[in-house]
Design a binder for this molecule. Sequence first.
Ligand code: ADP
Ligand code: MG
Ligand code: ZN
Length: 470
Amino acid sequence: MQYDVVIGLEVHAELKTQTKCFCSCKNTYGDLPNSNCCPVCMGLPGALPVLNKFAVEQTVRAGLALGFEINKQALFERKNYFYPDLAKAYQISQLEKPICINGHLKVFDKEIPINRIHLEEDAGKLVHKDNVSLVDYNRAGVPLIELVTDALKQPHIESADEAIEFLTKLRQIYIYAGVADCIVEKGQMRADVNVSLKPKGSSEFGTKVEMKNIMGFKAVHRAITYEIQRQKEILDEGGVIEQETRKWDNDKGESYTLRTKENSEDYRYFPDPDLLMVNIDQKDIDRIKDSMPILPAQLKEKFMNEYGLSEYDSDVLLADKEVCDFFIACLEDYFKPKTVANWVITEVLARQKLEGKILVSKENLVWIIKAVDDKKVQRLAAKDLLSDIWGTTLSAEEQARKKDILADLSTDFVLEVIEKVVKEKSGVVEQFKREKDPKILNFLVGQVMKETRGKANAQAVLQKLTDMLK
Ligand code: ADP
Ligand code: MG
Ligand code: ZN
């Protein structure tokens, strides 16, 4: 049987803030376990939470970047459950009045509807070692935004590819808006997926299955693909899908039942009596809107329409903000968008991917690009030059002088070399005169370039040789 796939995403992202959501502990990653904790985020009795205003502002910023309406009044509620990483045995979250409602995100020409973004606190981290489990509360209380797509509205996310595109775009927007770093390996962005199948064309939705514990976008793709197949097999055999939450095991490439039946009532949500209703002024919303950094979609338009870049090149540059910022910075010094884009994409990006960081200054790269444009350095020599100075404090110009690769434009010198090569390779020259094979001519050009150590202009050498051997 043929099925329609319906996918809902619940995406968590840790906000970029100095401090945690309800206390003044540092919001950092990688510190000594339990070194950024206090009575509030450890859940000690009597400790009172104080809302971090900037976390609210970041949530509003995320919402505005995705076209959400902002609720003027937002409420914090307690979501009660017991787990060792949750010291208070409840999580401060939002159910009834989230900060952002009704947003959307364009994915492959489909505007995917999004229900909400709410602000909540992250839980601690469990570390399993041999036979014991340890808990690190540094992450407890870190501000987290949860975005929930509206899978029951058209258009749906219908495939693993679309889900990945959604997450990739979302991550990009959060990063460019400055609300979150979204380093997936650090768990700063995590997605739960909901999948259901229905007979093709049917208007009635199938039973959804939620999958948790999915680390990384590749795993999201695998988990969705696996779940679609699992449900297909059950339905094809006339079985029924049970509503449940499954845990994805990425090592085994399969999922297993975590719990069946679970809904918001199980969490006995109620307004947190320690926190006031949050009032969000239009004035503040406007201020946040006005200070919104330029977002990927706007930049893409600029790259394509103003700079004349292809859609592909624009996407490649935008995919990594460090690369994109670097590209824009280089343009400030040398406004040749296509040339600079080419260098950044072919030379800088590959090295950055390898080393995790751009290790050349814009001044040095621009010097190299200009030198090639001005025919002062041959392209191949320039690429070697970039390798030489990458990750060092060397200046491109000094290094070029040291390597003696700066073009010697004095024609006398080049002419001398051409004459020398013609004399030395007289056999080859005779052969060319007989056969007129351009390959032979190219060989001779190569010899000249070699003799001049790349300092001559190959085009000019070719011209000169052609004239001489006529
Ligand atoms: P729960 O309370 O179980 O977490 P929610 O209503 O919060 O369920 O929905 C979680 C996600 O699942 C949302 O993205 C929602 O749009 C999506 N969803 C709801 N019903 C379905 C369905 N039948 N198929 C796929 N996704 C669904
Ligand atoms: Mg949910
Ligand atoms: Zn604290």
